[in-house]
Design a protein around this ligand. Structure first.
Ligand SMILES: Nc1ncnc2c1ncn2[C@@H]1O[C@H](COP(=O)(O)OP(=O)(O)OP(=O)(O)O)[C@@H](O)[C@H]1O
Length: 252
């Protein structure tokens, strides 16, 4: 697997009004890997994740300074936000299928991007549901409401919906925190499978999860990245005392 850099973040500051939520973040995120963001509640993990597909643009009073590039192109200066989000998809904490059929959920993005032919949509829907490891469970109920399946299945439908627009990066914001252990393992296995094709960045409170699936880990504290490196190093030989305290549960 190449070590090609997907995102480069330089001196990134983010303010919600007067409150500085991110402080001088510098990070290179590698392609084809799973990068985990860990740290205590409120330390800025989700905020940082959302700067990578400009979801914070939608919040009033947000000010962002510094630079984020995707494949070397500045996402704040040289990208249309909609175009960016089609390359950098997102899966949220709570499964959030649209109140429509499973088929229409997955076909939603391609339709917006102009795919109209039924045969083409059928193909995308099947491929995406297969990639999201849920095809066999839903293939006989594609016309049923996406809200009528279990939470774990809903989350995989949401992942399929994200995959249907063929992004290059998938941002996952605590994607398993609302799920039972079996569904959690399914999503973890899925993430491991998907990294062959996609770059995945995941926010998680579950340290075992970060240890199990990620290649790189960044530890955040009060808006700063305290330590960033190979997951094995961060978990087994953290350099910073604060990282060690957090990893070993002595934090706070
Ligand atoms: N829309 C907003 N307006 C103002 N402050 C916000 C907003 N969103 C987040 N914050 C603040 O920014 C800080 C970072 O929040 P963020 O949600 O990024 O943290 P987090 O590490 O993801 O937390 P958690 O693990 O609890 O989800 C917190 O102090 C939070 O209260």
């Amino acid at each position: 697997m190449s070590d090609k850099v997907k995102f480069t973040v330089k001196d990134l500051d983010l303010f919600y009004g007067n409150f500085q939520a991110l402080k001088k973040i510098n990070m290179s995120i590698e392609q084809g890997k799973i990068t985990a963001f860990i740290g205590p509640s409120g330390c800025g993990k989700s905020t940082f994740l959302k700067t990578l597909n400009r979801m914070n643009d939608l919040i009033e009073g947000v000010k962002i300074e510094g630079e984020v590039t995707l494949d070397g192109v500045d996402i704040y200066k040289d990208f249309d936000a909609i175009m960016l989000r089609s390359r950098v998809g997102m899966v949220f904490q709570q499964p959030n299928p649209f109140p429509m059929s499973i088929y229409d959920n997955v076909a939603y993005g391609p339709r917006i991007h102009g795919v109209k032919k039924k045969s083409a949509l059928d193909e995308i829907v099947e491929k995406s549901l297969r990639q999201a490891a849920i095809w066999d469970e839903v293939k006989d109920k594609l016309k049923k409401s996406a809200l009528a399946v279990s939470g774990g299945q809903q989350q995989r439908v949401c992942i399929a919906r994200t995959l249907a627009i063929e992004p290059e990066v998938i941002l996952m914001d605590e994607p398993t925190s609302a799920l039972d252990p079996i569904s959690t393992i399914k999503i973890e296995d899925l993430a491991t499978e998907l990294k062959k094709q996609y770059t995945i960045i995941i926010v998680t409170h579950n340290m075992q999860q970060a240890g199990r699936i990620s290649d790189k880990t960044a530890f955040f504290l009060t808006g700063e990245v305290i330590e960033y490196g190979d997951t094995e190093q961060i978990f087994n030989k953290p350099v910073n005392k604060k990282t060690e305290d957090y990893i070993t549960g002595r934090f706070g």
